[in-house]
Design a protein around this ligand. Sequence first.
Ligand SMILES: Cc1cc2nc3c(=O)[nH]c(=O)nc-3n(C[C@H](O)[C@H](O)[C@H](O)COP(=O)(O)OP(=O)(O)OC[C@H]3O[C@@H](n4cnc5c(N)ncnc54)[C@H](O)[C@@H]3O)c2cc1C
Length: 145
Amino acid sequence: MPNKLSDKTYRYLTNMGVDIRPNAIVKSFNRELVEFASGESERVSALIWTAGVKGELIGGFGEQCITKQQRILVDEYNKVHGIENIFAIGDIAFMQIEKYSGGHPMVAQVAIQQGKNLAANIIWTIKKKPLRKFKYIDKGSMSTI
Ligand SMILES: Cc1cc2nc3c(=O)[nH]c(=O)nc-3n(C[C@H](O)[C@H](O)[C@H](O)COP(=O)(O)OP(=O)(O)OC[C@H]3O[C@@H](n4cnc5c(N)ncnc54)[C@H](O)[C@@H]3O)c2cc1C
């Protein structure tokens, strides 16, 4: 999400009394005591863990195709790095371009638009026509808290 939305969310939740700990790595939690990787621990009455989700990788791709965030490295046509005829789209795909140096946001619109672009490219491939690079059209973001 854009920084502006993150900042607003941070303020909103803090005003509600939520104690937000960005970048705190949780080691364990046993309903009362939360232990952080830093060695600190704290008693809490409720813990909301927002570490996100991780892609389900399929084995068999070489390590050169997998990024640190466990996403599959693809080129601008969503073709898996260094492999012919295998494509990855959506959350699992990591396409690094200047505007999205950290990859595209893992949101539904990226997955939908990459799906449409790839479907068209497969048809162009069969027709031996030039392929179209993926270009994300950002329709804006909304977060519901
Ligand atoms: C809690 C939450 C809230 C979100 N809110 C928003 C939002 O408000 N707006 C927004 O735009 N995006 C939101 N997202 C992100 C959005 O859901 C994803 O970006 C989008 O679903 C990505 O689509 P995808 O097709 O890449 O992956 P997915 O929708 O995750 O589809 C992948 C599918 O592959 C299946 N699968 C996995 N492994 C295998 C396997 N080995 N064999 C067969 N099938 C397999 C999974 O079961 C799943 O059905 C949210 C995500 C989460 C988790």
